[in-house]
Design a binder for this molecule. Structure first.
Ligand code: SF4
Length: 250
């Protein structure tokens, strides 16, 4: 026991300073492609994206981060690669009117995590929030296994047909006010499983999504940003009002 105490004192605090300060350590994010004016090269770049995340008009490329699966085809093995930003504050909040959060959301928040057909990647990143480096407990975020105690429903996966009913029941069992966070490309657009006969095209097909966290998988800091956006403690920097919801319902 004493060995652990001395070791801890020697090592010092290694927990990220985010959200108090930006985290710049190497490896905390895979980054995200960003569009721009690529002129005559734009159609060839857009054609390399197999998930329809890229679009272009008169040479200007736009990125639908909801659909990006981080395959890097738009940056690797290509003459004119797309811009790539080493950011992680990717969460976008829906602009529709939400319920008053009230007193419970000013204190500790309990999160129910539901795997709705996830491959394991996004779930693994969510688990990292509990480790000493990200330590979400210092920010008042705790995991709960019961919907009756949950303020936030965090969903990963495209929502398989087998999980649809369970997800609806869980959401109904949660007290109000509540928030729904969809995490990862599959939860936002179906990802690689989009238009499959066995699943929805993301959580918004089943439940009203309050906050969308793109990425495939999103790094822990992006998920942490999503939680902070959900409870109104961080601005949604990549705000795309209702874009996620509308696109998922097309
Ligand atoms: S990384 Fe892959 S999925 Fe994402 S925009 Fe580029 S080509 Fe499309």
């Amino acid at each position: 026991m004493s060995q652990w105490v001395f070791r801890g004192i020697r090592t010092g605090i290694r927990t990220t300073a985010y959200p108090r300060a930006a985290e710049r350590a190497a490896g905390v994010t895979p980054g995200m492609p960003r569009g721009g004016d690529f002129g005559a090269a734009a159609p060839a770049i857009v054609a390399r994206c197999l998930t329809g995340a890229l679009d272009q008009a008169q040479g200007v490329i736009s990125v639908d981060s909801r659909r990006c699966v981080h395959c890097y085809r738009c940056v690797r093995g290509i003459e004119q690669p797309l811009n790539w930003e080493p950011t992680y504050e990717w969460a976008a909040a829906a602009a529709r009117p939400t319920q008053e959060l009230g007193q419970p959301f000013r204190r500790s928040i309990h999160i129910l995590v539901v795997d709705a057909g996830d491959c394991g990647a996004c779930l693994n990143e969510v688990k990292q929030l509990n480790n000493p480096y990200y330590n979400m407990h210092r920010l008042g975020f705790f995991i709960t296994p019961t919907p009756r105690h949950a303020d936030v429903l965090l969903v990963v996966g495209p929502v398989t047909d087998q999980m649809r009913f369970a997800l609806e029941k869980i959401h109904k069992a949660m007290p109000t006010p509540k928030r729904v966070i969809a995490v990862g490309a599959c939860a936002l657009s179906g990802g690689a499983f989009a238009d499959s006969f066995v699943c929805a095209n993301g959580v918004a097909d089943v439940l009203p999504v309050d906050v969308a966290v793109p990425g495939n998988p999103p790094p822990p800091l992006a998920i942490l940003h999503g939680l902070l956006v959900a409870v109104g403690r961080k601005a949604s920097e990549r705000l795309a009002p209702d874009e996620y919801q509308a696109a998922a319902q097309q």
